[in-house]
Design a protein around this ligand. Structure first.
Ligand code: IMP
Ligand code: MG
Length: 187
C-alpha cells in the first residue's frame, strides 16, 4: 500500500512538541490541584486520546487508575462525524461513585463526547470532567463543557500527536495542518 510521508502534504507545524509538552505539564498540575483527595479514574478515548493520556498522567501527582474506551463516529478520512456514535470498546470497571476525567484528543462537532457523557452519566459516577487537548470551537454543533483545554484551534484539519488522517500519522510528536491539494488517501 502506498502511503505518503507527512512531509509530502504538511501545510505547517501548528503546535510544536515543546509547546504540547509545556501545556500538558500545566494541565497536569491543574488537575493535580483540583482532584487532590479524590478517587480519580482517567478514561482515555481511543485511539486519538492515547498520546495526551500517556503524557498527561505522568504530570498528575495523585493516585489514579486509567481505563480505555473506544467510540466510532462513522467518520472516514476527513469527513465530519454526524452524531451517529457507537461504543466499540467499553470500560472494564464500574464507575459508580468515582471521579471520572475523560481525556480526548479533539472536540470538533461535540457529538462524540456528548454521547460518551450521556452514556457514562447513566452509570452514576461522582463526577465527570472533560479534558481535551484541542478545541475546534467554531465547529461545535452540541454543547460540551470542557474543563481543561490544551489549545483552541481554528477550523482546519490537523494531524499528529494522536490525531490521524485515514488512521495514519498518530505517532508524530507535533501537530500539523494539511495541505489538501497535496494529500492523497492511501491506495
Ligand atoms: P466530534 O464528534 O465531531 O467532536 O469529533 C471528534 C472526533 O473526530 C475526534 O475524536 C477525532 O477522531 C475526529 N477529528 C475531528 N477533527 C479532527 C482533525 O482535525 N484531525 C483528526 N481527527 C479529527
Ligand atoms: Mg479519526
Amino acid at each position: 500500500m502506498a502511503v505518503q510521508k507527512w512531509q509530502d502534504f504538511i501545510k505547517k507545524e501548528l503546535i510544536s512538541e515543546e509547546e504540547l509538552q509545556a501545556r500538558i505539564k500545566e494541565m497536569g498540575a491543574e488537575i493535580t490541584r483540583d482532584f487532590a483527595g479524590k478517587d480519580l479514574l482517567v478514561i482515555s478515548i481511543l485511539r486519538g486520546g492515547v498520546m495526551i493520556t500517556a503524557d498527561l498522567i505522568r504530570h498528575i501527582d495523585l493516585p489514579l487508575a486509567v481505563e480505555f474506551m473506544a467510540v466510532a463516529s462513522y467518520e472516514q478520512g476527513m469527513r465530519q462525524s454526524d452524531g451517529d456514535v457507537r461504543i466499540t470498546l467499553d470500560l472494564r470497571t464500574p464507575i459508580k461513585g468515582r471521579h471520572v476525567l475523560i481525556v480526548e484528543d479533539i472536540i470538533d462537532s461535540g457529538h462524540t463526547l456528548n454521547s460518551v457523557m450521556d452514556l457514562l452519566q447513566t452509570r452514576n459516577p461522582a463526577s465527570i470532567t472533560i479534558c481535551a487537548l484541542l478545541d475546534k470551537y467554531e465547529r461545535r454543533e452540541v454543547d460540551v463543557d470542557i474543563r481543561y483545554t490544551g489549545f483552541k484551534i481554528e477550523n482546519e484539519f490537523v494531524f499528529g500527536y494522536g490525531l490521524d488522517i485515514d488512521e495514519y500519522y498518530r505517532n508524530l510528536p507535533f501537530i500539523g495542518t494539511v495541505d489538501l491539494d497535496k494529500y492523497e488517501a492511501p491506495s
